[in-house]
Design a protein around this ligand. Structure first.
Ligand SMILES: [Fe+2]
Length: 186
């Protein structure tokens, strides 16, 4: 039987893949199946990873980043009934479900982004992401996440760069506003 694919194995593969190409589609295509593999055996998961920030509605736990903040891996815990506003990441994202079901709403941006603080978004997809399933986005992809279950859910998030170092945005689709999105990291 093959040895368990560890978090360290995943980080080494992440470095290798990102070192071989800058093509986000290539990175996502190669990394996605490996993210699904590392969430299959969660011996890297610790009780503290279930803790979430009651004010922001979720907990962001850093597992890995390079010294220059690239190649950041987080486990994110989502409180029941809570979630994020619509947001982008300022980099590519590969998210794999670890525990529970998370509703994802994907948006398409309609305006040209030239008016400061203004954004027009349309819903383009609304789906439930389950354990072991992937949600992947290239730079510029916009989504919102909601935990509509009655238990804390967990997902493993890998980004080209630590999300508080990418000048990313949150959006209010009804008010058509765009502003900075910074999260508290545990
Ligand atoms: Fe996100």
């Amino acid at each position: 039987m093959a040895e368990t694919y560890s978090l360290q194995d995943y980080v080494e593969d992440l470095r290798r893949i990102a070192g071989e190409t800058d093509d986000e589609e290539q990175i996502i295509a190669q990394l996605g199946p490996l993210a699904q593999q590392v969430v299959r055996h969660t011996d890297w998961l610790q009780p503290k990873h279930y803790e979430a920030d009651a004010e922001q509605g979720f907990g962001v736990h850093l597992l890995h980043e390079e010294p220059d903040h690239t190649l950041a891996v987080f486990v994110v815990s989502w409180l029941p009934g809570r979630g994020t506003p619509a947001h982008d990441h300022g980099t590519w994202a590969v998210v794999a479900g670890v525990e529970g079901v998370e509703r994802n709403i994907r948006y398409a941006r309609r305006d040209d982004g030239r008016r400061e603080g203004y954004a027009e978004l349309d819903v383009k997809q609304d789906f439930q992401a389950r354990e072991g399933e992937l949600v992947c986005m290239k730079t510029g992809g916009i989504h919102a996440v909601h935990n509509e279950t009655d238990r804390v859910t967990l997902s493993l998030h890998t980004y080209g760069k630590h999300i508080n170092h990418t000048n990313r945005s949150q959006f209010d689709p009804e008010a058509r506003t765009q502003q900075a999105f910074v999260v508290r990291v545990a």
